[in-house]
Design a protein around this ligand. Structure first.
Ligand code: PFF
Length: 467
């Protein structure tokens, strides 16, 4: 029997849910630091060009594949290729990748929950000490927090597309935007904030090299949640009366604006803490920055607003990051769930339970990867380094494979589904699409420059990380 797959209630519902997925740790921390290290506004310009000319066409292709087939990534590749086994297998990448990303994202979100609890109980000073984070990741109590978090996530997902995912995004996304604006306004009043703004916004083209350009594209790609099967699946819940191109434009604009505003928050805060900050010394790792460095910065604000005030600011910031992580986590776990529903004909409840079990199975070794278990902590070696189970999942699925999945989607749309099919789908709900400049650009780029760029990024990342 065909299951009821669900649908977003409106165009706005889709936009908020997709933006909820896109806005995550990447926007709030990795982007600002990357931008300031790599030439400020010069990086920003390259990033924007990539969003517009490389990522946006992939967004359209992914959403169109989902809406045409009303299926998860495996089903979408399979249906549009007349059930070709090879393409079905390629679609599997669009299920396995989000599945594995959910594993390490769960671990990071659990750490956020612990930080929120510490902040709510007045322990900002403890969080600012160097030992706290390394001790925290080895606490067996993490499993308790993980169970609570996953229970909440799966409860949201049982609520379905409209009653769960969309409802969450409708509440959290506007809240997140307000919190971000409030924090930016506050931080801009601090001494030396202007030094941070200058560092962020004055272009320095001398920092540009191939590595920076590569990094800008990878960042844009994962910031928009591309190559994770998410937009294929969300496209399958998108109404046929609404325009894909204009909705995707809104999502990309929201995602990029939030990343930009996060820069106006993080950098002035860092420079207020130490006016002589050398941004080259900042870690681009979101994890190191959020959990080890930022608590120190918030604590230093007590000179201006007292300990209580600094704790409130820190709490608002961590809540903001938690909301962003939660909406991303929910979106990514939905992908394998849609696979169970479509391909295995499970009810949503059963699919959610199956996925909860599988996720827990992998999240346990990932949680044990930070010292709790020697085996998972020193799991393997490559690139001259010892790697934990968590590192392997992170390196393979987050750092490396996304551009490859994007590449396969482009090749598939152009050479298997064919541009006629794609154009036809993109003009459903958008009569102005046919004949537009956008259509002409998409038709030329999707089989040429876009896959070539994505494949180059994939190869260069494999080389950097594994060789
Ligand atoms: N777009 C997200 C970000 O910028 O952080 C990427 C993401 C990560 C989405 C993990 C979903 C997810 F589960």
């Amino acid at each position: 029997m065909e299951q009821d797959r669900g649908q977003f209630s409106s165009r706005l519902g889709f936009i908020l849910a997709a933006a909820g997925s896109a806005v995550g740790l990447g926007n709030l921390v990795a982007f600002p630091v990357m931008a300031s290290k790599n030439g400020g506004a010069a990086f920003l310009i390259i990033y924007l060009l990539f969003v517009a000319f490389i990522c946006y066409p992939v967004m359209l292709a992914e959403i169109a594949m989902g809406r045409r087939t009303q299926r998860n990534p495996v089903g979408a590749f399979s249906m549009l290729s007349d059930r070709s086994k090879v393409w079905r297998l390629t679609g599997m990448l669009g299920i396995v990748t989000p599945f594995m990303i959910a594993v390490f994202y769960t671990v990071i979100t659990v750490w956020l929950v612990v930080y929120l609890k510490q902040l709510a109980t007045g322990n900002l000073d403890t969080l600012s000490s160097d030992a706290t984070f390394s001790n925290l990741v080895q606490e067996p109590s993490l499993f308790g927090y993980a169970s609570l978090l996953l229970a909440a996530v799966f409860l949201i997902l049982v609520g379905g597309v409209k009653g769960g995912i969309e409802r969450l995004a409708r509440v959290l996304m506007p809240t997140l935007a307000v919190m971000l604006v409030v924090l930016v306004c506050f931080v801009l009043t601090l001494d030396n904030a202007s030094a941070g703004i200058a560092y962020y916004l004055v272009p320095d083209f001398s920092k540009m090299d191939l590595g920076v350009v590569n990094g800008a594209l990878s960042q844009a790609f994962f910031s928009l949640s591309l190559g994770m099967g998410i937009l294929i699946t969300y496209g399958s819940y998108f109404s046929r009366t609404d325009s894909i191109p204009s909705s995707a434009r809104m999502v990309a604009t929201m995602d990029t604006s939030i990343a930009f505003f996060a820069g106006l928050l993080i950098l002035p805060a860092i420079f207020a803490f130490d006016p002589n900050t050398n941004t080259d010394d900042l870690s681009t790792s979101s994890v190191g920055l959020i959990f080890s460095f930022l608590p120190k910065i918030f604590l230093s604000m007590q000179a201006a607003v007292g300990y209580f005030g600094a704790s409130v600011v820190a709490l608002i910031f961590f809540l903001l990051v938690f909301f962003a992580a939660l909406t991303s986590l929910v979106s990514i776990i939905e992908i394998p769930i849609s696979y169970w529903i479509d391909e295995w004909k499970m009810t949503r409840k059963r699919a959610v339970l199956t996925q909860a079990f599988l996720l827990a199975l992998f999240a346990i070794p990932a949680t044990l990867s930070f010292g709790l278990s020697e085996f998972f902590t020193n799991f393997t070696n490559y690139g001259g380094l010892s790697k934990s189970f968590f590192d392997v999942v992170y390196d393979v699925f987050y750092e490396t494979i996304l551009p490859l999945v994007g590449f396969t989607a482009c090749i598939f749309c152009v050479y298997r589904w064919k541009l006629n099919g794609l154009n036809e789908e993109l003009s459903v709900g958008d009569p102005r699409y046919n004949g537009s400049l956008m259509q002409r650009y998409l038709n030329v780029s999707l089989g040429t420059v876009v896959p070539v760029v994505l494949f180059s990024v994939f190869v260069s990342t494999v080389y950097t990380i594994f060789i």
